[in-house]
Structures are given as structure tokens and as C-alpha cells.
Design a protein around this ligand. Structure first.
Ligand SMILES: Cc1cc2nc3c(=O)[nH]c(=O)nc-3n(C[C@H](O)[C@H](O)[C@H](O)COP(=O)(O)OP(=O)(O)OC[C@H]3O[C@@H](n4cnc5c(N)ncnc54)[C@H](O)[C@@H]3O)c2cc1C
Length: 353
């Protein structure tokens, strides 16, 4: 009998599975990325600042060190690079904005905001930067297609990975174990992102999913290498002349389909950031599994103590998943308390009425 069955094939399922592996537990991962592909298309950026309010992103001080430890460890293990530390360039549009930034850089955001004011230089010709800008430190991005591909190779090689669409009708659960087809496990962990809506055990968790679209473009001689330029959207270098541009937010049309309106929105964002020609090379869409209160939703089913969910990573999966997968696995193994803000307990009343 296995210790765990993990369902899903995105960031959540793979990071939970890596944490189970680190703890020498036996498990199978059943997933199919053809159903939805939010993790595969995400920009993978981590950013400690909420620009709208110029505040620190929730738990950034704890989440960023953990994410660096986690992804760098697995870069070494997989012998593949996917963790790119970067800075964010944020242009100033008024004296007030600049003064507020500098105040914050000396005050509560000193770990993250560079306290210098930078002037646009001649190398940045392709970018539309008004004249001066600030820099956010301790940012970066995970190349998610590379990371997820390495996870899949790793788990396949170890016979942990089963590529299929999980059929909820075939699950049998009792107090001792969970069985699915010919697999018997002590526990099951569901990590299906927004497709949890199809899961009869957890379809009541209150997600507020948000569709997002991104594009990849090619353009020459744009001098941003380690930087992410952010101006009501972002652009950063992937490899060579290829850049990723994003992203849109749409709460109405929850599907993975490419839309003309999404594409136009991204082209308009680009118009504000880039003053040179480019070729569109890729366009993709996905649905972020955001929770109603913007916190992950993690923990046990109220009626089945061997069924769990790890979901609600929303717009910040890259930052949240390593820290909370560690908290979750310690909760499973060592009865460590789940952070109250992410524990599924907060929504039990929805099921019980
Ligand atoms: C345009 C866009 C840009 C983004 N940019 C960023 C960013 O810069 N930084 C950041 O941190 N986050 C970003 N995100 C959010 C990030 O993608 C999510 O937080 C994260 O990927 C969610 O991972 P997940 O595993 O919970 O969900 P998903 O990626 O949706 O994974 C769920 C997986 O489960 C599989 N699955 C579901 N049901 C079944 C079933 N019945 N059987 C088998 N498999 C099943 C699905 O096919 C899928 O592979 C972005 C998202 C989008 C859409």
C-alpha cells in the first residue's frame, strides 16, 4: 500500500510530490496536463511588492528564502537551470511617486526597494521609460515549463508518475485507505487547480478563478537581460531574442481558449513598454486557481480524514508552493499546525451549512 496518491500535474502537485519524496514516502502522481495548463504558461515571476498599494506581498520575508532554497536544491538535483534571480524596473511617473518610493526604500520596504533613483540610459532605447525609475530587489522567475518537464522526467524514471485523466467515479474511500483502480494508498491529495470544480469531494472550496493570457515575442537588441520591466504589465527575456509579455486578468471567461480581446490587451500593454517592432511567436491562456480570500486552501476533507487538498495558489504559485508544501507535509507527518490563513478549516462551515 502506498502512503499517498497525488492528483494533478501542475506546480501544486509536483511540489507536494517532491516534498513527499524528500521525506522518503511512497506515492503515485496521477495527472494530465492536457486538461488545463496554467502552470505551464505562467510567467513564473516572484515579486515581493504589491505595486498598487506599495506594500510588501503577504509573507514575502518567509516565502522568498524558502523558494530560493527549494528551487535551487532541485536545480542541482535535476542538473538543469530554471531559477532566475532578477530585478524589476519600475518607472516613476511623478515626483510624488518617486518620493513615496524613496521613503518606503528607507523604511519598511528597505529589503526590497533599492534606495537609488536610476536614469534611463542609452542602452535601454527599445524600452519606453519616462526618464527615471526605481529597482525592486530579490525578484526573479522560475522557468516553469523547464521545471515541470524535469519533474515529470524524474517521477517517470522512478515509476511514480501515471499520465492519465483521473476518474473520480472510480475512487473508493474508507477509514483505512483510498483505492483507485488497482492502486491502494493510505491517503489521497488533490491538486487540480481550478478543475477542482469537477471533484465531488472538494468542489465546494470557494475559488474565484481568474483567466490569464500571455504572449511571447521576438525583437532585436533589447537590452534587458536580468531585468523585468513592469509598467501595468511585464516584459522579460526568455532566451536570445525571445521575450515573455503579460498578463491579462479575466474573471468572466474561465477557459484556456486564446481570445482576440486578450491579445489586444497584451498588444496595448506592449505599446506602453516597447518602442520597436516585434514578431508575435506564441500566445497562451490558462486559469489561475485563486481563492476567494486570496490565500491558499490546504488541508483535510471535513468528513474523510485521509483526503486532502492543496489548492488556491492563485496568482502567486511560484512563491507560495514551496513554503506551504513544506508546512503541509510537516502537518501530515509531524502534526505541525497549518498556517491558519491557509487552512481549509476556515471554510468547513460552507459544507456544514
Ligand atoms: C497568464 C498567467 C500568468 C501567471 N503568472 C504567474 C507568475 O508570474 N508568477 C506566479 O507565481 N504565478 C503565476 N501564475 C499563476 C500560477 O500559474 C498558478 O499559481 C499555479 O500554476 C497553479 O498551479 P496548480 O498546480 O494549483 O494549478 P494548475 O497549473 O492548473 O494545475 C492543475 C493540474 O491538474 C491537472 N488535472 C486537473 N484535473 C485532473 C484530472 N481529473 N486528472 C488528471 N489531471 C488533472 C491539470 O491538467 C493541471 O495539469 C500565472 C497564471 C497565468 C494563467
Amino acid at each position: 500500500m502506498l502512503d499517498y496518491l497525488v492528483i494533478g500535474n501542475g506546480l501544486a502537485a509536483n511540489i507536494v510530490a517532491l516534498k513527499l519524496y524528500e521525506n522518503n514516502l511512497s506515492f503515485n502522481l496521477i495527472g494530465n496536463s492536457q486538461l488545463s495548463n496554467c502552470s505551464q504558461i505562467a510567467a513564473g515571476i516572484w515579486n515581493p511588492i504589491v505595486f498598487k498599494r506599495m506594500t510588501k506581498s503577504w509573507m514575502a520575508d518567509e516565502l522568498i528564502p524558502e523558494l530560493l532554497l527549494f528551487y535551487k536544491k532541485w536545480e542541482k538535483e535535476f542538473q538543469t537551470k530554471f531559477c532566475n534571480e532578477r530585478v524589476i524596473i519600475k518607472p516613476f511617473f511623478s515626483q510624488e511617486e518617486k518620493d513615496f518610493w524613496l521613503k518606503k526604500a528607507k523604511d519598511d520596504l528597505s529589503n526590497y526597494l533599492d534606495s537609488s533613483v536610476y536614469k534611463k540610459n542609452e542602452k535601454q532605447n527599445g524600452l519606453i521609460i519616462p526618464s527615471e525609475y526605481g529597482i525592486v530587489k530579490n525578484c526573479g522567475n522560475i522557468d516553469l515549463p523547464v521545471f515541470l518537464n524535469e519533474c515529470q522526467k524524474f517521477f517517470s524514471l522512478k515509476n511514480h508518475f501515471i499520465q492519465e485523466v483521473f476518474d473520480y467515479n472510480l475512487v473508493e474511500v474508507n477509514t483505512e485507505n483510498v483505492s483507485y483502480k488497482n492502486i491502494v494508498a493510505k491517503n489521497i491529495i488533490f491538486c487540480e487547480g481550478y478543475l477542482v470544480k469537477n471533484n465531488p469531494y472538494f468542489n465546494w472550496i470557494p475559488l474565484n478563478p481568474v483567466k490569464g493570457e500571455v504572449v511571447e515575442i521576438e525583437t532585436n537588441n533589447l537590452d534587458i537581460d536580468k531585468e523585468i520591466y513592469n509598467r501595468n504589465g511585464f516584459i522579460f527575456n526568455l532566451t536570445g531574442n525571445k521575450y515573455k509579455v503579460g498578463a491579462t486578468y479575466n474573471w468572466k471567461h474561465l477557459n484556456d481558449e486564446l481570445s482576440d480581446s486578450g491579445l489586444n490587451e497584451l498588444k496595448n500593454k506592449l505599446k506602453l513598454m516597447l518602442n520597436k517592432s516585434y514578431t508575435l511567436v506564441n500566445h497562451s491562456a490558462g486559469v489561475r486557481p485563486s481563492a476567494i480570500d486570496r490565500r491558499p486552501i490546504i488541508g483535510a476533507h471535513p468528513m474523510h480524514s485521509n483526503m486532502f487538498t492543496f489548492n488556491g495558489l492563485g496568482t502567486k504559485g511560484v512563491m507560495l508552493a514551496p513554503y506551504f508544501a513544506k508546512n503541509f507535509v510537516n502537518y501530515l507527518l509531524k502534526k505541525e499546525e497549518l498556517n491558519k490563513e491557509v487552512s481549509i478549516n476556515r471554510f468547513y462551515k460552507l459544507l456544514n451549512g
